[in-house]
Design a protein around this ligand. Structure first.
Ligand SMILES: Nc1nc2c(c(=O)[nH]1)N[C@H]1C(S)=C(S)[C@@H](COP(=O)(O)O)O[C@H]1N2
Ligand SMILES: [Mo]
Length: 230
């Protein structure tokens, strides 16, 4: 089974169906088509929450300046004055956290390859706070099976399944290559993860919402697959 139905063939079917069936003006409940739902369940079933991606040595680093930079806005998005991260949904302690608040939580750092759906990959070291540690800090409810991430980059957003979001190598990154995150790479705060394709890693974060249902995403609403595991 695993060898015959490759992820790619499952994805092709899903893409064909969602591009025609996906109308982003419809209510959110409709964002997952039947094939896409099948595909998401199939990939979730294969997903191993305890498997860690290999960390790379510094010699693998993409040369400075050569790491691609993506944002849908026409110019580099800059954080609004007084930026803080809003955390809400099914949590015991909803609220806003400043960058300093986030930096007081346990810090993690790793160097893992980034994979963009367009075919390029790049390597950097990232540091920040594990999303699971933030979840614990705000008291995320076990019924929150999904996590939604929103940004100040022209409404760019995405939503994740809980096992991927709570993976040990999924973080809210505030730094790259030992330095504070640059605006081009999502300052002041972005998602980084070993288990998802690039477009799931929302940059320029404004909100994290723990939800009982999945929502969509900027590219997901345009027919890209929702699970998008690496
Ligand atoms: N807010 C926001 N986040 C985003 C994007 C974007 O356009 N806006 N692009 C995504 C895509 S397609 C990729 S590959 C990565 C790229 O991250 P980088 O710009 O640090 O290379 O960011 C992801 N997160
Ligand atoms: Mo990407």
């Amino acid at each position: 089974m695993r060898r015959l139905i490759t992820r790619r063939t499952a994805l092709l079917g899903a893409a064909a169906l969602t591009t025609s069936a996906c109308d982003s003006s419809r209510p959110r409940e409709g964002f997952l088509g039947a094939m896409e739902r099948f595909n998401a369940r199939f990939q979730s079933a294969l997903f191993d929450a305890d498997q860690l991606a290999p960390e790379l040595p510094p010699s693998e680093d993409t040369p400075p300046g050569a790491f691609p930079q993506y944002y849908i806005s026409d110019t580099v998005p800059f954080a609004p004055a007084g930026w803080a991260l809003k955390v809400g949904g099914l949590v015991q302690r909803p609220g806003v956290l400043s960058l300093e608040d986030l930096q007081r939580l346990p810090r993690t750092e790793y160097r893992i390859r980034h994979h963009c759906v367009e075919g390029w990959s790049a390597v950097a070291s990232w540091h920040g706070v594990r999303l699971r540690d933030l979840a614990e800090h705000v008291g995320a409810d076990p019924r929150a099976g999904y996590v939604e991430f929103r940004s100040f980059d022209s409404g760019y957003y995405s939503s994740w399944d809980r096992p991927s979001a709570f993976h040990a190598q999924t973080m809210l990154a505030y730094g790259m290559n030992g330095q504070p995150l640059l605006p081009a790479h999502g300052a002041p705060l972005r998602l980084y993860s070993a288990v998802k394709l690039g477009y799931k890693m929302v940059k320029y974060l404004t909100e994290v919402n723990f939800l009982p249902e999945p929502t969509g995403g900027y590219w997901e609403d345009r027919g890209y697959e929702w699970f998008a595991g690496v």
